[in-house]
Design a protein around this ligand. Structure first.
Ligand code: AMP
Ligand code: MG
Length: 344
């Protein structure tokens, strides 16, 4: 199969894509978080193609994307008041809500769970495609399972060339990490996966917000099945450090000094870069000022793809504190590093 990247986002082209989706094809679509691998969320065979293209384990459920809040009504048993508040505050946006599913939603979309995950993305082109398709679109990240998520059409192409007919190219994703996934109950909400909407933001709308215990203890089973898999990993082994730029630069130097014959790649803040640039050779990506979780999130996956292309031997990254958007980005970085994170 030839994979075509669609760069001209005309009405005709979006209609072509919507038609392909409605008739059971898999198409990569842009969102504000990462690129998604979309298929008709009411069509089991279409969703089978997503699992095949990604090599995704079949117990890992999909998120159904809708063009507006109204469209979730037929997909769920009921919409509790808490869910309405969240929808009002955060949709369209990077918040996925799980609710008890209606009979219309196939088990294929939920990995056999009785809840369905729903999101309305804050991306005009995406929502136009969803509206034209007229069906909920199941869309996990458009990468091969276990590899970094794509935030550009080129990164999608690198993983999906030959596996899907179309990639809709709308430039780089603005947020760069996946959505926050929450389970909504009558008495509060649980964050199953940290993402673009932070705990603090949720607490402004809902009183009782907790994290799934799995997120801090590897002994529990996660309620978002996808969280148990090794994820987001670049080709080269990666290690991360969190601390003041001086301490991070020193820790990097200690590692680099022992890796004399190997080619390193470094994801760092401007301040750490300034301390290293005269002494260290290798691939650098500077994401912004020290502690800036927003620019780190925006650049993170793109940089891992770039380091893969460079074919480096090892990667060192500078992390940020575990608060606000930092919780989401450090959750991804920890998985990319296989847990190899050192607090200085
Ligand atoms: P991705 O496919 O990369 O966008 O990831 C989707 C995430 O949402 C995974 O971690 C899934 O396990 C999680 N998820 C999807 N549906 C549900 C559900 N019904 N209940 C709990 N987690 C879900
Ligand atoms: Mg994913």
């Amino acid at each position: 199969m030839d994979t075509k990247i669609i760069t001209e986002l005309t009405k005709e082209n979006l209609q072509l894509v919507a038609h392909a989706l409605r008739s059971g094809e898999v198409v990569a679509i842009p969102t504000e978080t990462v690129y998604g691998l979309g298929a008709n969320g009411l069509d089991e065979e279409a969703m089978d193609k997503i699992y095949a293209a990604k090599g995704r384990p079949s117990d890992n459920p999909l998120i159904l994307h809708v063009s507006n809040a109204e469209s979730i009504k037929p997909l769920v048993k009921e919409i509790p008041e808490t869910a309405n508040k969240l929808i009002h505050a955060f949709w369209p946006g990077p918040l996925t809500i799980t609710l008890p599913k209606s009979d219309l939603v196939p088990n294929r979309a939920t990995g056999g769970l009785n809840r369905v995950a729903l999101r309305c993305p804050d991306h005009a082109i995406c929502r136009e495609i969803l509206a034209l398709a007229g069906v909920p679109i199941a869309a996990p990240s458009a990468n091969i399972s276990g590899r970094p998520s794509p935030t550009t059409a080129q990164a999608v192409y690198d993983d999906m060339n030959g596996r899907i007919p179309y990639i809709v190219d709308a430039g780089i994703c603005t947020i760069g990490v996946e959505s926050t996934v929450v389970e909504v109950r009558d008495d509060g909400i649980t964050i199953l996966r940290p993402g673009g909407i932070t705990k603090e933001m949720l607490e402004r709308v809902v009183e009782a917000v907790s994290y799934d215990p799995f997120l801090s203890s590897q002994n529990e089973a996660p309620k978002a099945p996808g969280m148990k898999y090794k994820h987001y990993a670049p080709d080269a082994p990666m290690r991360a450090f969190i601390g003041l730029p001086k301490a991070v630069a020193q820790a990097f130097t200690d590692v680099i000094d022992k890796q004399t014959t190997k080619r390193g790649a470094f994801l760092v803040s401007q301040e750490t870069y300034d301390l290293l640039k005269n002494n260290v050779h290798g691939e650098f990506h500077v994401y912004g000022h020290c502690g800036d979780a927003v620019t780190l999130a925006h650049d993170f996956y793109k940089t891992l793809h770039y380091f893969n292309e460079c074919g480096v031997d090892y990667i060192l990254a500078e992390g940020v504190e575990n608060s606000g958007l930092g919780v989401a980005i450090m959750n991804r970085m920890e998985k990319a590093c296989g847990g190899n994170i050192i607090h200085l």
